[in-house]
Design a protein around this ligand. Structure first.
Ligand code: OOG
Ligand code: NI
Length: 448
């Protein structure tokens, strides 16, 4: 079959993301309300800030905002993770980063499947944060075995998805009709099912081990547990949520509000208490699915990330000053000016020529000072789940489990995945370097 009859992975991903969003909107009505609110706030923010609007239009961010989402799923076995990797490959999503959530007392480790390059990200910026259960962190041996037995019996993909996957791998792509079937059959894997696959008794035991263990083990498949739109002003959305009947967490996680937004800020709310039916016929409820919003900022270099981690840790130290204030105070040590972030190599930038040709004989700094080249912040495309979860746990003062859990094994995760995860820092570094290369400049010409 000639490859030209194949649909591009970007197109399949865009189609899947929109189908997923439609499904979640139906399953979780407050998600729809949230989308409407985020859209309004984004529009207001752009109208109020013409310079921001001009910049976001120039790099295609405006166009991608309306459809930009990330979702999250939790898987039970290495086989499920491996098949998910193959499924997401069809959609042009690849594992980026390794996150050890056990340090926050959560018995999983994770990666984020996402498009890798700027072109693909601008076509469809869809990501799925994907976690894998670490059964060895279920302390009770008998319960651990029960969990493994239950998981061993399920198959989260319907046969047609697996057939299409084989076909894809054999032919190197999918035709339009095959891609349509692939999207609709794959969607089934992430649908919510109210029938639990275990008895009420087993559910409660697993829930007592950790509520995420129950969520992962007790159902037919890895239901999508949230789908998050991206806002340009998370403080404004947070403020308006109660008026629309959504009660967000009191605190926005991540860095404080800044002139130059850093990394990622997020806030969430419990969306649903869902009615379920246990395998023994008993009725019950399950709370797993939630609503979340995020605001994305600039990607930090390893040096910038180290400073970020230090300041966040500083802010977390208990004191009589309220947390928000401690956070703002700690982050005074982080430059809040694009030029300064760039000069100190704390963040990544894309270099764009504003003239026809690069004027000869000038340094990069000279060209920037003249306005011949502009440095545009590279957006952080990844996650900060550990710091979010960490704050959550310490707030509640619950679980001393973090210290007792053994360190996660990245190698074991990659073995289960069947591939290494991409290094997110290397991806940002490559984006920055490619933009310089296009101008005939090299990284060494960046200021020191
Ligand atoms: C992990 C969620 C991680 C985020 O935005 O940091 C995530 C989970 O609850 O499954 O989505
Ligand atoms: Ni999330």
């Amino acid at each position: 079959m000639p490859p030209c009859s194949h649909v591009s992975p970007d197109e399949i991903r865009a189609h899947f993301a929109s189908a997923m969003s439609a499904m979640y909107r139906q399953e979780v009505p407050s998600y729809g309300t949230l989308l409407d609110l985020v859209k309004e706030v984004n529009q207001q923010t752009l109208n109020a800030h013409p310079a921001l609007k001009a910049r976001l239009s120039s790099d295609n961010t405006c166009a991608r905002l309306d459809v930009e989402r990330h979702g999250a799923i939790r898987l039970g076995t290495p086989q499920e993770l491996e098949t998910c990797r193959r499924v997401f490959t069809v959609m042009g999503m690849f594992p980026v980063g390794y996150y050890d959530l056990s340090v926050a007392g959560i018995p999983v480790h994770s990666t984020a499947f996402r498009p890798l390059d700027e072109v693909a990200l601008s076509r469809s910026p869809f990501r799925i944060f994907t976690s894998l259960l670490r059964p060895e962190l279920i302390a009770d041996e008998e319960l651990r075995q029960t969990a493994l037995d239950v998981l061993q019996k399920r198959d989260i993909f319907i046969p047609e998805t697996k057939n299409l996957l084989e076909l894809h791998d054999r032919n190197g792509g999918l035709t339009s009709a095959e891609a349509d079937r692939f999207v609709s059959t794959t969607l089934e894997t992430f649908r919510w099912h109210r029938e639990a696959s275990v008895s009420a008794n087993t559910y409660h035991q697993l829930h007592a081990a950790h509520r995420l263990v129950a969520d992962i083990v007790c159902f037919k498949g890895p239901h999508i547990n949230h789908l998050t739109p991206r806002t340009l002003d998370i403080d404004a959305v947070q403020k308006q949520m109660p008026e629309r009947g959504m009660q967000a967490k009191a605190r926005i996680e991540g860095p404080p509000e800044r002139l130059v937004p850093l990394l990622l800020r997020q806030t969430s709310f419990t969306a649903l208490k869902e009615e379920i039916i246990f395998a023994n016929g008993e009725a019950g409820t399950h709370t797993a699915r939630f609503g979340e919003i995020e605001q994305r900022g600039i990607a930090l270099t390893p040096k910038g990330r180290a400073l970020y981690d230090t300041l966040l840790e500083q802010a977390r130290q208990e004191s009589t000053t309220p947390y928000e204030q401690r956070l703002v105070e700690a982050f005074r040590a982080f430059p809040d000016d694009e030029q300064e972030l760039r000069r100190q190599k704390l963040a990544f930038f894309r270099y764009v020529l504003t003239t026809q040709t690069v004027p000869a004989g000038r340094s990069l700094e000279g060209l920037i000072a003249e306005g011949a080249i502009v440095a545009i912040p590279i957006t952080y495309e990844d996650f900060l789940p550990v710091s979010a979860a960490g704050i959550f746990q310490s707030n509640l003062g619950e679980h001393k489990t973090a210290a007792t859990m053994q360190a996660a094994s990245r190698l074991a995760f990659e073995k289960a995945l069947g591939a290494p995860v991409h290094d997110e820092m290397a991806l940002y570094e490559a984006m920055q370097a490619a933009s310089l290369e296009q101008l005939g400049l090299t990284e060494t010409e960046l200021c020191n």
